[in-house]
Design a protein around this ligand. Sequence first.
Ligand code: PEP
Ligand code: MG
Length: 886
Amino acid sequence: HKYVYDFAEGNKDLKDLLGGKGANLAEMTNLGLPVPPGFTITTEACKAYLATGREPEGLAGQIEAHLESLEREMGRRLGDPDDPLLVSVRSGAKFSMPGMMETVLNVGLNDRSVVGLSAQAGGNDRFAWDSYRRLIQMFGKTVCDVPGEEFEQALDDAKRVKGTKNDLDLDADDLRGLVDAYKKIFAKHTGREFPQEPREQLDLAIRAVFESWNAERAVVYRRQERIPADLGTAVNVVAMVFGNLGPDSGTGVAFTRDPASGAQGIYGDYLANAQGEDVVAGIRNTVPLQELERIDRKSYDELLDYMARLEGHYKDLCDIEFTIERGKLWMLQTRVGKRTAAAAFVIAAQLVDEGLIDLDEALHRVNGAQLAQLMFPRFQLDHEFQPVAKGVGASPGAASGKVVFTSARAVELAAEGEAVILVRRETNPDDLNGMIAARGILTSRGGKTSHAAVVARGMGKTCVAGADELDVDVPAKRFTVGGQTVGEGDIVSIDGTTGKVYLGEVPVTPSEVVQYFEGTLDPERTDDALVEAVHRIMTHADARRRLVVRTNADTGADAARARRFGAQGIGLCRTEHMFLGDRRELVERLILARTDDEREAALAALLPLQRDDFVEIFREMDGLPVTVRLIDPPLHEFLPPLEQLAVNVAVAQERGEDVAREEALLAAVRRMHEENPMLGLRGVRLGLVIPGLFAMQVRAITEAAVQVTRDGGSACPEIMVPLVGAVQELETVRTEAEKIIEEVVGDSGVEVLIGTMIEVPRAALTAGQIAEAAQFFSFGTNDLTQMGWGFSRDDVEAAFFWRYLELGIFGISPFESIDREGVGRLVRIAAEEGRAARPGLKLGVCGEHGGDPDSVHFFHEVGLDYVSCSPFRVPVARLEAGRAAI
Ligand code: PEP
Ligand code: MG
């Protein structure tokens, strides 16, 4: 089994086997760039070692053979007393895990070869002894677990004795003394002398790198970054080159473009007379890379040439680590560099212009999460601001404003032109107007799928949920946090991306990308490279995608905005929001009706109001399909809470007032109480139980469509029935609806489709039957997840998902990203059986997953016709639908 590869034997595509660093060192070697010679021990050797606790058979012999050929190439032997070869032993996993694993430099130095190293360096004793003390320090710490502080303490002591703070003031004798001190520390902690045998040093260092894969910080990092735990790390053994041999030596990092903005140019840092760790440790200040032109023109020109070659070869931004040893440039590492979201778009577009990649590849290189980031305003957080609390980043963005504790106060202050932040323990549907009026929402309870989070995301409004350090006292109009009290009118700032909460006003920068989507920034007439890049890549995504993107919108304003963002219709108009506010009284009348006449009167009063809602929406979506869902939530959600009513009745009785109405309401609330309302009288069940309710809505929708069409517009209504589990439910509703539609449509030419949501598992499993009665399906993946897993969507995320994530039962909440194997399977079955029963059946999704990047790819694969998501996620869904199609 081959466990060791010379650099010349590998290439950049062997990252699984050679790790990122090894694969790229091999690639640079084969490109003819000056890489110090060396070899890579594979991740397979690491995995075998970790599985058995022993080096696999044959590894030692292969290392020997590769070391010999390295020695031949360098003309020196490892640790030779007169002219030693020294090597570095560096970790390098498939995915970069910066600073997580181990590196040992200067392997091969001992009491004898230190003298040879000095001679090699032209009699530079100081350099040789400094290198030796570095080896004992690094080796002791990483290979033998000697506490690093003790070495640092000894170094500080040596400097104190010398009366200096600068390492460079220590001379050869000081460093020789330090080596003695280090050896004593080493012996005290390990019970043995520092190993003098070079090959033993090498073997122990390699083993330490293997073991560092399972170091606690590496394990934690992998979990956070979702890097699989079983990949193992490769180990690179590389001939040492020295940047600390004098002023004609040095070390640096370089980027082929600016990783922050994507701008072309020369970016990087250089530090003369130093080794890599000195840069990281920040011992001395680096200079901008451009300065190297003055310091060492030849190396600078050479470096620029290699940077251009690497970029041309990798066709992407590369970052580079290099060292100059006495005027000779060595390339120590390269990789396709990390970058900000803005740089990702700008660089992709630039590479297209340069002919290095095509637009498909550019589309592949950006993603929806990056686009979403670019759409939020950002805090400018340079100085003074420290967070006072941290909750869940529930809906991204940056918002500052005056604290208010009630919806009514939010509306009042907003009407006066104030920016407000609505602070609640948690929100409920009654807070809707306040949420609309507020700049941001802050709650002390709940998680990513709490009411506040879902509604805020829907509105594209900044929200921090579950900031549990906050003690919110709504009646007293104040909250306390970390000993401070914040009252109504005080200013707070919340970051919905990080979940951080600040006191005071943090300045905000608006997003140019949103201005572009809003149409207020013309991509043809701006010199903003980011906007121009986003425009080109979005245009290409639209050309490529097969999925149509619609929006979830309940108001004309939302519909209009979503349309500007590229929505091709409405996939879900939730009608329950139209029953709140002033109309609540009419809903109460409906609920309390004792006779048919009373009920019909209540419905008749609601009808024109509903019709006007739909007229507005159809106008905004002129010519595009609009799916209107019949009312879904249990009706008692429209009544005041039981406790409040009980109190009202008691108070009114006390005062001797007429309490007939309150008593009737109280009785109704008691009568309608349900233990599990989400599994109770809601959705289609309401339509079957409350005469006239659905009929009123169907009539309002159809009359609105006819009116808009008669006015010269074009309305394309699709009526959607929620919570269907059996075809009989749908058939009953449909029969009644068709009669009304036929009567209202007359000769207007309006066409009304009738379809259903698939959000109850039984509906997915009997989709073949249901399709007989449905002209379209729209997957309600929120409820399908809730009922598929049996997870209450309002409770579980905040309650215990952290434990599930920790245990790896899932890597991300199934309410956020579709559970492909389980809930996704229900979608797949329903899509297949639905289409088998009714060829051409229109299929869409309107749950929160419709705007989630990974889920969009899944819906593309399953063959749905469209996804529907909140207005702000429409561009993200367009981009990801394009990416899914290439
Ligand atoms: C769903 O269940 O996925 C859905 C879109 O309906 P709601 O979120 O309104 O229950
Ligand atoms: Mg639902």
